[in-house]
Design a protein around this ligand. Structure first.
Ligand SMILES: NC(=O)c1ccc[n+]([C@@H]2O[C@H](COP(=O)([O-])OP(=O)(O)OC[C@H]3O[C@@H](n4cnc5c(N)ncnc54)[C@H](O)[C@@H]3O)[C@@H](O)[C@H]2O)c1
Ligand SMILES: C[N+](C)(C)CCCC=O
Ligand code: NA
Length: 503
């Protein structure tokens, strides 16, 4: 096993700019999914802590040092956070790997993305100053009007474990850029780096209460945010069942929500591709990177029949070549699943597929050389039909299912044969065909001749059961703003709708 000399910091809840012990003093163990050992613990917040954090956030908005800042002033904090993340990149990446099982290469890439995302929203915060007040010309003498863009208020940000600090950043950075005060609740399965974000905010002098970080169990520490009368919005990334609960609770208060939920995304491969190996690698990366624990994973390979056999042969060769090991080992390309619970779920999906009559072409088991840790081999499943669970449900593990098609019509029907609508990929050198598929795919993200590359300038989110609203880009900022119209009557004349009693 690769050794790490990075210590796990012992933290409390980050509330009002300082570390505070949870009211009930409970803690949750941190388990390293590679060794199954307890390596530390995190504080477990309850609704009492949520109340304190919401109050701290409200006070921050009411204070000039946060509530009256310009975008340019907030940008300075965001840039300082980005710089600290880069300064601590190697340590943060190791912590992310120890906590989530992510390979060290992927954790390091995440930290670069985190810093770049804070930088990007610093730019947008600055740009917001010139757009804060927009006059609207009605071409009327008696009225002057304008539109203000203001921070929406106190926002609850509830995030998953698959990209712990990155998914938090996709919400924290725009929320702070907009001038909101936020309460972040990361996943209990991987919270270490999000707590370190608290330390970074403390060090850069972010005004107290602007960002509060509560760790703990979802139903205890996050659910109270959805039903809290002083939380103005919830932005959530996670599973459909949890998203449904959040939306239901928020609906009682007519509280806006953004939901980034799961997926069962297709990758359609046509026989006109020039280079089989290039397409094979994208198919592999699209489903096995981050051990398949990616909301946008292209986990349904839809391959044209004429090249299916050759493609699968190549796919097998590439798959057998993937290094599975402790995530901190050099060149590791597939680490463990995040937790024992998720591990069991992934294995159950594979055994259900087998029981339903599918063929496990490769993988499906614990790799022989790894006796401990929540490891699953990269798994390829064929002989799949569209009524099978493996075709319909999100596995969130390194499991690819394969179907073949003959015609374009058949391919698009298979691609859209899902309750989800996050991402879709097409591999073809026919530009017009790619355009037809771009239009026909029912999803919020389209990848052409690739799968997964993500840029923070572009909107991220889905349709159907994958949720609604968008993270990232300018769309990711807009959702943290309140649009306020201001209408001023500038005439000296009476309105004269009623008869004046003095006449
Ligand atoms: N669309 C995206 O951008 C995206 C990104 C990453 C993950 N995901 C999805 O997330 C899922 C896996 O992540 P997960 O297992 O962490 O999801 P999850 O829904 O179990 O948990 C997500 C967060 O919700 C919290 N939570 C749990 N119960 C809650 C409740 N009753 N009220 C409020 N919050 C509660 C959890 O503590 C955690 O912080 C997958 O379905 C995946 O597709 C989507
Ligand atoms: C595109 N990335 C970087 C893999 C992030 C996906 C976020 C959802 O799981
Ligand atoms: Na963990």
């Amino acid at each position: 096993m690769a050794m790490s000399n990075v210590g796990i910091p012992s933290r409390q809840l980050y509330i009002d700019g300082e570390w505070r012990e949870p009211v009930k003093k409970n803690r949750i163990p941190i388990i390293n999914p590679s060794t199954e050992e307890i390596i530390g613990d995190i504080p477990a917040a309850t609704s009492e802590d949520v109340d304190i954090a919401v109050e701290a956030a409200r006070k921050a908005l009411a204070r000039d040092d946060w509530g009256s800042t310009t975008g340019a002033q907030r940008a300075k904090y965001l840039r300082a956070i980005a710089a600290k993340v880069l300064e601590r990149k190697s340590e943060l990446a190791t912590l992310e790997s120890l906590d989530s099982g992510k390979t060290s290469f992927e954790s390091a890439a995440d930290m670069d993305d985190v810093a770049a995302c804070f930088e990007y929203y610093a730019d947008l915060a600055e740009a917001l100053d010139s757009k804060r007040k927009t006059p609207v010309n009605l071409h009327l003498d008696s009225f002057k009007t304008y539109v203000l863009r203001e921070p929406l208020g106190v926002v609850g940000l509830i995030t998953p474990w698959n990209y712990p600090l990155l998914m938090a950043t996709w919400k924290v950075a725009p929320a702070l850029a907009a001038g909101c005060a936020a309460i972040l609740k990361p996943s209990e399965l991987a919270s270490i780096t999000c707590l370190e974000l608290g330390e970074i905010c403390r060090e850069v002098g972010l005004p107290p209460g602007a960002l509060n970080i509560l760790t703990g169990w979802g139903p205890v520490a996050a659910a109270p945010l959805s039903s809290h009368p002083h939380v103005d919005k919830i932005s959530f990334t996670g599973s459909v069942p949890t998203g449904t609960k959040i939306m239901t609770a928020a609906a009682q208060l007519v509280k806006p929500v953004t939901l980034e939920l799961g997926g069962k995304s297709p990758i359609v491969v046509f026989d006109d591709i020039d280079n089989l190996d290039i397409a094979v690698e994208w198919a592999l990366f699209g489903c096995f990177s981050n051990a398949g624990q990616v909301c946008s994973a292209t986990s349904r390979l839809i391959i044209q029949e004429s090249i299916a056999s050759e493609f699968l042969d190549r796919l097998l060769l590439w798959t057998k070549n993937i290094k599975i090991s402790d995530p901190l080992e050099e060149d590791c390309k597939l680490g463990p699943i995040v937790s024992s619970g998720q591990y069991e779920k992934v294995l159950k999906f594979i055994s259900n597929a087998k029981n339903e009559g599918a063929t496990i072409l490769y993988g499906g088991e614990r790799p022989e050389h790894l006796k401990k840790g929540y490891y699953v081999q990269p798994t390829i499943i064929t002989d799949v039909n569209t009524s099978m669970e493996i075709w319909k449900e999100e596995v969130f593990g390194p499991v690819l299912c394969v179907k073949t098609f003959k015609t374009e019509e058949e391919a698009i029907e298979l691609a859209n044969d899902t309750k989800y609508g996050l991402a879709s990929a097409i591999m073809s050198k026919d530009v017009e065909r790619c355009e037809r598929f771009t239009k026909a795919f029912h999803s919020g993200i389209i990848w052409i001749n690739c799968s997964q590359p993500t840029f923070h300038q572009l909107p991220w989110g889905g349709k159907k059961r994958s949720g609604f609203g968008r993270d990232l880009g300018e769309w990711g900022l807009e959702k943290y703003l309140n649009i306020k119209q201001v209408t001023e009557y500038t005439s000296d004349d009476a309105w004269a709708f009623y008869k004046s009693p003095s006449n």
